[in-house]
Design a protein around this ligand. Sequence first.
Ligand SMILES: Cc1cc2nc3c(=O)[nH]c(=O)nc-3n(C[C@H](O)[C@H](O)[C@H](O)COP(=O)(O)O)c2cc1C
Length: 145
Amino acid sequence: MGKIVISYQSFTGSCKALAEAAAEGVAQAGGQAEVKNITETKAADLASADAFVLVTTQPFQSLAGDTKKFFETVWPAREEVKKGLTFAAIICHANEATDSAAALDKFATYLGWKKFGDWVLAAPAELEKGKISARQLGIAVAQGG
Ligand SMILES: Cc1cc2nc3c(=O)[nH]c(=O)nc-3n(C[C@H](O)[C@H](O)[C@H](O)COP(=O)(O)O)c2cc1C
């Protein structure tokens, strides 16, 4: 795989740390990772990306605001995004993440992005464990599956 965009939304740093761990995995597998805040991620950034990894928190049991806004912004500009973009996600949650996972499923379907395996779940209380999963995800995405 070539360039992999890894975007995060983070209130207290856990999702940022998970995004950086995923980028380490990508680099370890010989890929090129670009880590960005979700507020700075636009459809055009995904034009030349081979894969997109989203790392998001889930306040109030639902997808975080800036992350949802990202999808709302990408939708009208979706033609700019590489066709069939590979899409992986890490949901960082304090309890269960059913609603956020379902929302990401819907966005992937609407946009025609190719879901990469299962969404990875991580808990801020077990951040080191989450970082291992994030690194493994980065390696797997960079290796193309
Ligand atoms: C305002 C707010 C509301 C939250 N509500 C939930 C929630 O309903 N369910 C949940 O699993 N986590 C909830 N969280 C916890 C976040 O999931 C957790 O703190 C976050 O994933 C940590 O990532 P971060 O350090 O990148 O912000 C909430 C956090 C904030 C700030």
